[in-house]
Unconditional design. Structure first.
Length: 122
C-alpha cells in the first residue's frame, strides 16, 4: 500500500510540475504583452515590418549610391568594399539607414524615428 501511495503522490507532483511550467510560460507571455502595450517604444512584436522598411527597393537610389562608390578613391573593386568603413557596398547601398562615411550620399530613412530622413530635423 505504501508504494502505491508513493507512486500516486509522485505522479501528481510530476503532473503539477508540467502544469506549473505551462502556467509560468503563459504568465510570462501575458506580462510581456502587457508591458509592450504600456511601453510602445519597446514593442518588438512588429519589428519585422520596421526592418523591411529600412531596405531600399528604389533601384534608382541604389544605382546612384553604387555609382558614387565605384567612382570613389576608397572603393575596392575586387571585393566591392569601402576602405573607409569596411562595408560591402552592394549590401550597404540597399540600406535606407546607411550613409557614406565621407558624405557622398546620405541615409534615406531614420530607423529610430520611423520616418524619411529628409523630414527629420536635427
Amino acid at each position: 500500500m505504501e508504494s502505491a501511495k508513493y507512486k500516486i503522490v509522485n505522479s501528481l507532483l510530476h503532473f503539477n510540475v508540467i502544469i506549473g511550467k505551462k502556467l509560468l510560460h503563459l504568465l510570462a507571455k501575458y506580462e510581456a504583452d502587457d508591458y509592450a502595450v504600456k511601453n510602445e517604444k519597446m514593442d518588438l512584436r512588429g519589428i519585422s515590418d520596421r526592418i523591411k522598411s529600412v531596405v531600399l527597393h528604389d533601384s534608382a537610389i541604389i544605382d546612384a549610391r553604387l555609382a558614387e562608390c565605384r567612382d570613389c578613391e576608397h572603393f575596392i573593386k575586387a571585393t566591392s568594399q569601402c576602405k573607409k568603413c569596411g562595408c560591402f557596398m552592394k549590401v550597404k547601398a540597399r540600406l535606407a539607414t546607411a550613409s557614406c562615411p565621407i558624405g557622398k550620399w546620405e541615409k534615406e530613412y531614420d530607423f529610430m524615428k520611423g520616418r524619411n530622413a529628409t523630414t527629420v530635423t536635427s
